[in-house]
Design a protein around this ligand. Structure first.
Ligand code: GLU
Ligand code: MG
Length: 460
């Protein structure tokens, strides 16, 4: 990076620092997400923001090899304890945190000391894929649906006591936690997060919030900010939260569904077309590109052993590699929108992902697979209008509907075979993702589901 750019960044940092100090902000939390889906942080006092903006904050590259339990694995591209990266805050995304008085937040890009993006920076990879899309004249809009379980603060024990007893989608549940919910919505609004909907979800103590779609990197940033806010508001109410894929073995889990649409020259390619169910030709190619590669994508989008305890048929988690309009049991649901708004509102919801995933890797992976589908002119199979779990095995195979990987091992094997993702992530990051997944698999080898769930319940 040129000295000129450093000076501009420092000046931008100084402008923000002045504003933050006037708002009584003491420090700025700078976050990134590791390959195991944990949001890691380094903070700087507000007065140190200009320097951090220009030169970044030091961080070891070994964070790339962290597991959710904070153990550290090795890999071909690990330098062990040596080396240093610079965490460069994106000040365009800086916000004052409404539920953490005295704090602001900004996501970071991880740079090398030489002054360019670290090859394993997932946020930079997501930005690069977005640029690749732009070079083809396309833009993408994405949003993560955030589901979480609210628990009574039961100390730091591994158990789980839901913070509400009311039924799924029940008004009772909302009444029980009315103040919490209002504080949460207030905090999100104060932080500029545009919420579309909030509701009690199916599983005990479960809630969900959905937000408006944004550009891919912004959507991943928002996912981090929304989860941080949900946690912070809960903390202020003496509650605790879990975003884990499985909170109770056998129950419906927490998904991390992604809604996405692609656009050319302001036109939504997911609706108003003459392809299947209103998709345009390119919309079909994009959707087929990601549908074809879901097994490999799961290695980034359902990256924990606990993820596969969530991916159970008939739990709305989308465990069959098929697509269908408004089908909540298809891994890819085409959301058509209501008559009159379809050309605008249509989008594709990918349901099999969860929030133990790094959202930057998820958006990057989806873009890479979708674009490959467009380039190859991929076509979709017949849409599915039912829950494939209700069909016999013979019926599923006659219709070509297969189950997604049922173990992390199988997703990793598919990932290793998928050149599109290897190319998108680059050799270093692709190799490290496999190393971290292999270590996660080894960590839970032979461990019973209940124990996997207990060990994973409070990490995400
Ligand atoms: N909780 C479900 C899941 O694990 C999703 C429910 C819904 O369709 O929103 O993905
Ligand atoms: Mg939901």
């Amino acid at each position: 990076m040129q000295q000129q750019e450093r000076a501009e960044r420092a000046a931008q940092g100084a402008r923000h620092a002045e504003r933050l100090a006037a708002a009584d902000v003491v420090a700025v939390a700078l976050t990134w997400v590791d390959n195991g889906g944990i949001t890691r942080v380094k903070a700087v006092p507000t007065a140190a923001l200009p320097r951090a903006a220009a030169w970044g904050v030091g961080a070891t590259p070994v964070f790339d090899f962290f597991l959710p339990d904070d153990s550290i694995t090795g890999g071909r591209f690990s330098a062990g304890p040596t080396g240093d990266l610079r965490l460069l805050p994106d000040l365009d995304r800086l916000v004052v945190l409404a539920a953490q008085p005295g704090w602001a937040w900004a996501p970071v890009d991880r740079w090398t000391q030489e002054g360019g993006p670290h090859p394993q920076c997932s946020r930079a990879v997501a930005a690069r894929l977005t640029e690749r899309l732009a070079a083809a004249g396309l833009t993408a809009r994405m949003a993560f649906e955030v589901e979480w379980v609210l628990a009574a603060a039961g100390g730091s024990g591994p158990g789980f006591v839901p913070a509400m007893s009311g039924p799924a989608y029940g008004m009772t549940r909302l009444v029980e936690r009315s103040d919490y919910a209002a504080d949460l919505l207030r905090a999100l609004a104060a932080q500029g997060v545009a919420v579309v909907q909030f509701h009690p979800e199916y599983a005990p103590g479960q809630l969900e919030v959905s937000v408006v779609p944004e550009s891919p990197v912004a959507a991943a940033d928002t996912a981090v900010l929304v989860r941080t806010t949900i946690r912070a508001v809960a903390q202020r109410h003496g509650l605790r939260v879990s975003f884990a894929p499985t909170v109770v073995a056998g129950e419906v889990g927490n998904g991390g569904h992604v809604h996405l649409s692609i656009h050319r020259a302001g036109r939504n390619l997911c609706g108003g077309g003459d392809g299947p169910c209103g998709l345009t030709k390119e919309g079909e190619g994009f959707t087929a590109g990601l549908l074809d590669r879901l097994p490999a994508l799961l290695a980034v989008a359902a990256p924990s052993v606990a993820s596969y305890l969530r991916l159970v048929p008939s739990h709305w988690a989308g465990v069959y590699a098929c697509w269908g309009p408004e089908n909540r049991e298809a891994a890819v649901r085409l959301v058509t929108g209501s008559v009159g708004e379809q050309a605008d509102a249509a989008n594709v919801e990918v349901k099999c992902m969860d929030q133990s995933a790094n959202p930057y890797l998820v958006v990057a992976g989806l873009l890479a697979c979708g674009v490959a589908g467009i380039e190859q002119g991929a076509r979709l199979p017949e849409p599915v209008y039912a829950d494939p779990a209700r069909w016999s095995a013979g019926e599923r195979s006659a219709r070509g509907v297969v189950r997604l990987p049922q173990r992390l091992e199988d997703a990793v094997a598919a990932f290793r075979r998928e050149p599109v993702l290897a190319r998108a992530f680059g050799p270093e990051l692709a190799d490290t993702i496999v190393a971290v997944r292999d270590a996660e698999i080894a960590r839970f080898a032979g461990v019973a589901p209940d124990d996997v769930v207990a060990a994973s319940r409070w990490t995400h």
